[in-house]
Design a protein. Structure first.
Length: 398
């Protein structure tokens, strides 16, 4: 088949070899026979390649950097251990249990950055005792945390720039003007308040959105410029934490912001500050390294709609039902076959919203066929539930 005709997803992680769909070097059908379905498969080499690429992109601009992997994206223990083995990757944690998970996985408190929402005093006490660095975004949290701390404990301040960026900008993927981060007009008061309570601010943190797009370029530059202006007011500044946001394609027409362009935007905004650039990638590191393999349980027609029911559900993967985000859906038996039929793909729990796709073009399907949902390495297994006691799935690192 000519290279130009190959689908966008055919690459290092998921690819077709001799008409066989593979993840890395592993055959999808063989993996399904060995482990059963639903099955999350992660390609470790893709993850480590992304780590190295991110370090290289920032180093090219002379920027000291620190990667904190967003644990909420995927906490499969072998995957976390793989990241730990890189030696230059820490953890972005957003709850006391995530801190405990990271510590148990071998990360030291100095390797864990905590950025969390709506922290109770109990939560703050746990973070205080852990010794991890914490980014805060409300006066209440600053005051309560200071009461638990020895003098001169260092913190970060999280800023909401109010500029909307990211994939599909909606309430479930947008970070602007919501509950997360303080508005720029509140920054000076928070900085003074922290100092008055014996806390030293050394970090300015922001997270612009999920799935940054190439079309967001100008908005990202504007948001970073605003953060840089605030950071210049921080006497003890050592770090700018630009959060996460880098993603990839979900479907063929997507145009994500490229890593090199992202690094250039970071350098343009913050290079003059001579600080460490921290980032919190989750999706960028693991999304395209993972796929969800499912089995077609039944095929039927109803009022002119052709349905294919699978042995997974929105408790297995919430992308479609919760976020309204698509997956590429690939027929493992005929990955490059003629997509001459349209199917709506339904999950196996008794909820009307348990639908993965509607009217999706695919080859003819039969019960027992395998489908692959891609990408599925981020915010899949980590957000799973056992609704209707249908939460069973397996994970493997290939």
């Amino acid at each position: 088949m000519p290279q130009a005709a190959l689908p966008w997803w055919n690459g290092r992680t998921l690819h077709v070899q001799h008409d066989s769909l593979r993840i890395g070097s592993a055959c999808v059908e063989s993996l399904a026979r060995e482990h059963g379905t639903p099955l999350y498969v992660y390609h470790g080499a893709q993850v480590t390649d992304r780590v190295n690429a991110m370090h290289a992109a920032l180093a090219q601009h002379g920027l000291p950097s620190r990667i904190y992997y967003a644990l909420k994206a995927n906490r499969f223990a072998p995957l976390v251990a793989l990241l730990r083995s890189q030696g230059d990757v820490g953890i972005d944690a957003c709850s006391p249990r995530e801190i405990a998970y990271a510590l148990d996985a071998g990360f030291s408190p100095a390797e864990i950055s905590v950025t969390a929402s709506c922290l109770s005093t109990r939560d703050l006490s746990y973070v205080s005792q852990s010794g991890c660095h914490l980014n805060l975004d409300t006066t209440s949290a600053i005051e309560r945390y200071a009461a638990l701390q020895p003098a001169e404990r260092r913190i970060g301040l999280r800023v909401d720039t109010g500029i909307e960026t990211g994939y599909g900008v909606n309430q479930k993927t947008s970070y602007a003007r919501g509950k997360l981060g303080m508005m720029p007009e509140d920054f000076d008061a928070a900085l003074l308040g922290a100092s008055a309570h014996g806390l030293t601010v050394d970090t300015v943190h922001t997270h612009l959105g999920w799935g940054l797009r190439a079309s967001d370029d100008a908005l990202i530059a504007r948001a970073f410029a605003l953060v840089a202006e605030l950071a210049e007011r921080v006497p003890a500044l050592t770090t700018i934490n630009v959060g996460g946001g880098l993603g990839g394609r979900l479907v063929a027409d997507d145009a994500p912001l490229g890593l090199e362009r992202w690094a250039q935007l970071v350098a343009d905004a913050f290079g003059h500050l001579k600080v460490t650039i921290a980032c919190e990638p989750g999706t960028f590191l693991v999304a395209e390294a993972g796929a969800l393999v499912v089995e077609v349980a039944s095929v039927w027609q109803k009022r002119g709609v052709q349905w294919a029911g699978i042995d997974a559900n929105f408790g297995t993967n919430l992308y479609a039902a919760h976020y309204g985000l698509p997956h590429e859906i690939i027929a493992a038996r005929s990955p490059l076959g003629d997509a001459a039929h349209e199917y709506s793909i339904a999950g196996n729990v008794n909820e009307s919203g348990d639908v993965f796709a509607r009217d999706r073009a695919l080859p003819a399907l039969d019960a027992g066929d395998l489908l692959v949902l891609y990408p599925a390495g981020a915010y899949g297994s980590s957000m799973s539930s056992d609704h209707c006691l249908r939460g069973n799935f397996t994970e493997v690192l290939a």
